[in-house]
Design a protein around this ligand. Structure first.
Ligand SMILES: C[S@@+](CC[C@H](N)C(=O)[O-])C[C@H]1O[C@@H](n2cnc3c(N)ncnc32)[C@H](O)[C@@H]1O
Length: 229
């Protein structure tokens, strides 16, 4: 299932991982906050939405040695990289769109203990994000956790401009070249980022409890919510 966004990732799947630390300047704290939440839960089954090359999933694999890992992404080539990285830690990889039904039926093993995502859901428009939050809630076991490590918008044009300038300055300080930054800007033209406060409200409206933003650094934030037990 390839759309314009997933086709862009398909074309650059091979170079994706090497660039990440330059383009996500708060890489360790950002992914670390998401992984810590999941590890605290000690989940048996985890679904990673927009899993790409398996960056987040491989960190969860290390932190949760007993967890089954199920990945979903619209780019078959990104998932090929994930298969190579995760090896026998990968339980299942679904090539599917984030707007498709989630693989949570009885034939897929049922609802998940945790559903996670990193830097993927911002490719959907606001209505798509809200609909997905409802499907994620319904795809979790009671007490299950949703963790979304996400690229977000500022809540005002001034904050948005500040986040963008901060992102570029930090990426360049970490060695991103003109070509790397220009390509990232081109990819980010597909993004439809939403402010943290809107996303927290949508999570509550979808039925989540204990909704929180556990990490925030400019464009990067980690949001979470729990399906009530
Ligand atoms: C920036 S990458 C993030 C990958 C990984 N989660 C990470 O943290 O490195 C975004 C991923 O979302 C996937 N994606 C974007 N829009 C999608 C959609 N509508 N359906 C399925 N996957 C999508 C892309 O193919 C890509 O692999």
């Amino acid at each position: 299932m390839t759309n314009n966004t997933t086709a862009a990732f398909d074309a650059h799947a091979n170079e994706y991982d090497a660039l990440r630390r330059r383009l996500v300047p708060c890489f360790d704290a950002f992914y670390g906050a998401a992984v810590a939440l999941v590890a605290d839960l000690g989940p048996q089954r985890v679904l990673d939405l927009g899993a790409g090359t398996g960056l987040l999933a491989s960190m969860i694999a290390s932190a949760c040695p007993d967890a089954e890992l199920h990945l979903l992404d619209g780019s078959a080539r990104m998932l090929d990289q994930a298969r190579a990285t995760l090896g026998d830690r990968l339980t299942d990889a679904h090539v599917a769109d984030l707007e498709d039904p989630l693989p949570v039926g009885a034939e897929d093993g049922g609802p998940f203990c945790a559903i996670v995502s990193a830097l993927a859901i911002h490719h959907l428009d606001d209505a798509g994000k809200r609909a997905l939050m409802v499907r994620i809630h319904d795809g979790l076991r009671p007490g299950g956790l949703f963790v979304n490590a996400e690229q977000v918008a500022g809540s005002t044009p001034v904050l948005n401009a500040r986040y963008r300038a901060q992102h570029e300055a930090q990426a360049r300080a970490l060695g991103a070249t003109d070509a790397e930054w220009d390509a990232a800007v081109q990819r980010m033209s597909h993004d439809r980022c939403s402010p943290v406060e809107d996303q927290l409200r949508w999570l509550r409206e979808a039925g989540f409890t204990d909704v929180d933003c556990v990490f925030s650094d400019g464009r990067f934030a980690v949001l979470s919510g729990r399906r009530p037990a």
